[in-house]
Design a protein around this ligand. Structure first.
Ligand code: UT7
Length: 325
């Protein structure tokens, strides 16, 4: 019996034009370039223009991913868009992207798992493609976190930024060969007991407003490395891949210290780790596809390479994915 495997056909990224540097932030709140670089590795982030919404960022990234794949919008029959900063409460930001691309068939929906959103969206699209329900998917992570930041709170406003990244996946017949290209495994986890450690203090049903991001940074940090390494060990156990046979580690780009500590604990060599957090800060669901696109464009990630993705964020949610590129 033939089955399907979800093969990466293309990736794309988009960052808004306006750059906000650490020096700019030091003029707004009591902080410094030194503190931000030492504690997080972030040097600058991008901020969406007035009137530029999450679907605009997503659309730009999706167009780049489609061009990279050599496909037309009409080839896509599934859009899964991960975001915590949608254009509107409803309809889904994914349908705005679908309409802007002129796609009138298949399905488009949003998914909300905060910083783990891209891994969750990838796992969801992979499940649909493997089952034969859809043929080609756009998996997008897109955020305008600048709109939910309290710009007077130095403990959060220096950490986040806006951006979008997209991946085109295609269902390809699979004869069971473990060395075949495609998504090899995905592992998703959540634990709602931690929901008050990273949250937005408003919402449709609670305050009828948007609210601002609030975070117990030290608490998130304390849990991050353990959760990340656990779910990566699950991915290794499921596939037989390990830190040595892995080609690239593309983690969620939240904090350089978390990335370095996770890689060190797992025994992943520093030269295999893709880092872009310095250029765009924590862009939540967009951060993994932004980093993937960077390493694809500069030629580091090549066809056949084994690529490990990982994310952890609000909820808490966390997850991993292994892909043979
Ligand atoms: O995607 C998942 C989302 N979130 C994360 O991954 C974030 C996880 N957490 C972190 O990355 C780190 O906890 C932070 C970068 C947020 C903070 O680093 P930290 O080393 O845990 O610092 P801290 O919270 O323990 O604060 C140390 C000091 C405090 O001053 P006192 O109490 O020691 O006098 C803070 O008030 O640094 C102060 N501080 C700042 N100073 C300058 C906090 N924010 C700033 C700032 N500039 N922006």
């Amino acid at each position: 019996m033939s089955t399907f495997r979800s093969v990466v056909r293309g990736v794309g990224a988009y960052l808004p034009a306006r750059t906000l540097t650490n020096a700019d932030l030091a003029l707004m709140v009591d902080t410094s370039d030194d503190w931000i670089v030492q504690r997080t590795g972030i040097r600058e982030r991008r901020i969406a223009a007035e009137g530029e919404v999450t679907s605009d960022l997503a659309l730009n990234a999706a167009r780049v991913a489609l061009a990279d794949a050599g496909l037309e919008p009409a080839d896509i029959d599934l859009i899964v868009l991960a975001t915590s900063t949608p254009d509107n409460t409803f309809p889904a930001t994914a349908v705005a992207v679908q309409a802007a691309l002129g796609i009138t068939r298949g399905a488009a929906f949003d998914l909300q798992a905060v910083c783990s959103g891209f891994v969750y969206a990838l796992a969801t699209a992979d499940t649909f493609l493997k089952s034969g329900s859809f043929r080609r998917a756009l998996v997008i992570g897109a955020e305008t976190f600048s709109r939910i930041l309290d710009w007077s709170d130095r403990t959060t406003c220096v950490l986040f930024g806006d951006g979008a990244g997209a991946m085109v996946l295609e269902a390809v017949e699979h004869d069971g060969d473990a060395a075949a290209r495609g998504v090899m495994t995905t592992h998703l986890r959540s634990d709602g007991r931690h929901k008050h450690k990273l949250y937005v203090d408003g919402g449709v049903s609670s305050t009828r407003s948007v609210g601002f991001l609030r975070m117990e940074g030290r608490e998130v940090f304390r849990h991050a490395v353990g959760m990340i390494t656990d779910v990566i060990e699950d991915a290794f156990a499921a596939t037989g891949v390990d830190a040595q046979t892995l080609d690239w580690f593309v983690p969620h780009q939240a904090n350089r210290r978390i990335i370095d500590a996770s890689a060190h604990k797992l025994g992943i060599a520093p030269e295999k780790v893709v880092i872009t957090v310095d250029r765009h800060g924590n862009t939540s669901a967009a951060s993994i596809p932004l980093a993937l696109a960077a390493a694809h464009v500069d030629g580091r990630i090549k066809r056949g390479d084994v690529v490990l993705l990982e994310a952890m964020g609000g909820g808490f949610t966390w997850g991993s994915a292994l892909i043979r590129w």
